[in-house]
Ligand binder design. Structure first.
Ligand code: NAD
Length: 297
């Protein structure tokens, strides 16, 4: 497996491409953003001008895209990956977080067009993509998974084949992101109490980091964003809303009653409409602080 295709060169896709190129893979890329294409070209990636041209030209083809609609468009659109019946069996791997329904639709169409498909959402954030510490949660054929395992080992350090069901990795990923939503909300409100009580947030972190209040999200949100007062994503609040929506939809489909998750989704949706959506999710801390200050005026 030497030739890799990559579509979607954003916060996650670009560092993954950079690592593959550094390891000697031939990487052919497509994105709609000219700036990021230029950055890839400077690293010796081959620029391709439409998704369909990548099929048959690479051994494995990754996508890392920001919404359900865009994933649909890249696979099913006029110049999309399913536009032509593939001669060779390309292994398509979607690392975007999308709904279980879309995983299933992509798998069926990939097989109908003579390709393989794995739904492989990731966790670990931009830092994980840069440092090759990502977790991959892969759903689909185990045999196909083993064919690309070596490539995945160049991108992450925790590579899991979750199950033969195409949406099995997505289920795990949605559970993960539901927890991320909970922890982010908890950290935001907890730090606000500390602030109001005049407790130094660095000192608080030092103490909670060795207590049960510790979490990886507290570490991430506090040390990378809140402490620096910089909310450039990272993982945007809108991406979290997308994933919480999928998690709550899945619960509804399974007829599960999850009132706390539903409240959480509504909270993030409201925060997004107030203009925080493009910032890192940790910006919820600012919103909690600002709302509380307004109330106390
Ligand atoms: P991003 O918005 O930073 O990047 C998306 C890229 O897709 C951009 O470069 C954009 O130009 C490109 N794009 C948009 N429309 C396109 C089209 N029609 N054709 C080709 N390219 C197109 O998003 P991201 O943060 O890199 O996230 C990508 C996926 O990974 C999402 O599904 C997200 O949920 C998931 N994810 C993100 C993180 C994170 O920390 N950012 C962590 C885990 C999983």
């Amino acid at each position: 497996m030497k030739k890799i295709g990559f579509i979607g060169l954003g916060n996650m896709g670009f560092p993954m491409v950079k690592n593959l190129l550094a390891d000697g893979y031939i990487v052919k890329v497509f994105d709609i953003n000219e700036d990021v294409l230029k950055k890839c070209e400077d690293l010796n990636a081959v620029i391709i001008d439409s998704p369909e041209k990548l099929v048959d030209d690479v051994d494995v083809l990754f996508t890392s895209l920001p919404s359900e609609e865009i994933v649909q468009n890249v696979y099913f659109g006029p110049k999309g990956l399913f536009n032509e019946k593939s001669k060779s069996k390309t292994i398509m791997v979607d690392t975007s977080t999308v709904s279980p329904t879309l995983n299933d639709k992509l798998k069926k169409e990939a097989e109908a067009s003579n390709n393989h498909f794995l739904a492989a959402p990731v966790s670990g954030g931009v830092v994980g993509a840069e440092n090759r510490t990502l977790t991959f949660m892969v759903g689909g054929s185990e045999e196909t998974f083993h064919q690309i395992e070596d490539v995945l080992n160049h991108l992450g350090e925790n590579i899991f084949h979750v199950g033969e069901a195409i949406d099995s990795g997505t289920t795990v990923k949605l559970i993960n992101n539901l927890l991320i939503g909970f922890y982010t909300a908890g950290v935001s409100e907890a730090l606000h109490i500390a602030n109001k009580q005049g407790i130094d947030l660095d000192v608080l972190f030092e103490m909670l980091n060795v207590s049960y209040g510790q979490s990886r999200i507290y570490d991430r949100n506090y040390n990378t964003f809140i402490r620096e007062d910089n909310y450039e994503p990272g993982f945007s609040l809108d991406l979290l809303v997308k994933d919480l929506n999928f998690a709550v939809d899945l619960a509804d489909e399974l007829d599960l009653e999850l009132p706390i998750s539903k409240d959480l989704l509504n909270l993030y949706k409201n925060v997004s409409t107030e203009g925080y959506g493009k910032k890192d999710m940790s910006v919820l801390y600012e919103r909690v602080r600002d709302q509380s200050n307004k109330k106390n005026k």
